[in-house]
Unconditional design. Structure first.
Length: 206
C-alpha cells in the first residue's frame, strides 16, 4: 500500500513553504503506515536535508533510491549529504551529472553551478570547502525536539536522541514539554531518577 496523493501533496507543500517540522511529523506518520513508499522516504530525506540533519537525510534518501528513481532535487540533497561527510568525488560527480542534465529546472541549475564553483575553488585552497558552507538554517528548540523523535523512530542510538532533546531544552529552558519528554525517554533507558531532575529543576524555579 502507498500514501494517497492527497497526503503526498500535503507533504510536498510542507517542504515547499518551509514548514519542515510539520512535514517531518507527517512523514513519520506516513512511513509507519506505508514503510515501502519511496516517495515518502524521498520527501522525508529532503526535509532532513533542509534542517541540516545530514545523516538522517542520507539514510532516508538512500532508502528511497531502493524504491523509486530520485527526483533531481532529491539527488542534489543526497549529494550534499555525501559532501558533508567528506565524499567529495562522489558529490562532485553527482553535481556534474545533474548540471549537464537536459531539462533541469533553472533554479536547480543555478544551485548546481554554485556547488560546482565552490568545489572547484576549494581545490586551490589549502583549507578546502567546509561542509559548513552549505546552507544551515538556525534550528529552533522545536526543530531539535522533532528531530529527536525522528531519530528515535529511525532507530538511532539513544545518546543521539538524548542530545537533540537536551539541545531543545537549552534553547527553551522554560518549556515543560521538552523536559517531560526527556524524563520519559530517560525512564525507558532505566534512568528515571535522572530524568525526574530535569522536571524538578523547572518546578523549583517556578
Amino acid at each position: 500500500m502507498y500514501a494517497t496523493e492527497k497526503d503526498l501533496d500535503k507533504l510536498t507543500r510542507c517542504y515547499e513553504i518551509q514548514r519542515w517540522d510539520e512535514g517531518l511529523c507527517l512523514s513519520q506518520s506516513l512511513l509507519k503506515q506505508f514503510p515501502h513508499d519511496g516517495r515518502v522516504w524521498e520527501l522525508s530525506g529532503m526535509l532532513f536535508r533542509e534542517l541540516t540533519s545530514f545523516k538522517l537525510a542520507q539514510n532516508a534518501l538512500e532508502t528511497a533510491t531502493t524504491l523509486i528513481p530520485l527526483s533531481d532535487r532529491a539527488q542534489l540533497a543526497l549529494a550534499d549529504c555525501y559532501l558533508h561527510f567528506g565524499q567529495r568525488q562522489l558529490a562532485g560527480e553527482m553535481f556534474q551529472f545533474l548540471y549537464e542534465k537536459v531539462g533541469i529546472a533553472p533554479q536547480l541549475h543555478s544551485e548546481l553551478k554554485d556547488r560546482l564553483q565552490k568545489l572547484s575553488d576549494s581545490e586551490h585552497q589549502s583549507d578546502g570547502w567546509e561542509p559548513a558552507d552549505l546552507q544551515r538554517p538556525k534550528l529552533t528548540a522545536e526543530h531539535h525536539y522533532n528531530l529527536a523523535h525522528s531519530m528515535g523512530y529511525l532507530g538511532y542510538p539513544p545518546e543521539c536522541v538524548e542530545q537533540e532533546i537536551l539541545r531543545a531544552i537549552e534553547l527553551a529552558p522554560d518549556c515543560l514539554e521538552y523536559r517531560i519528554g526527556l524524563a520519559g525517554f530517560l525512564s525507558q533507558l532505566h534512568r528515571a531518577e535522572e530524568g525526574y531532575q530535569y522536571v524538578a529543576r523547572l518546578s523549583l524555579q517556578e
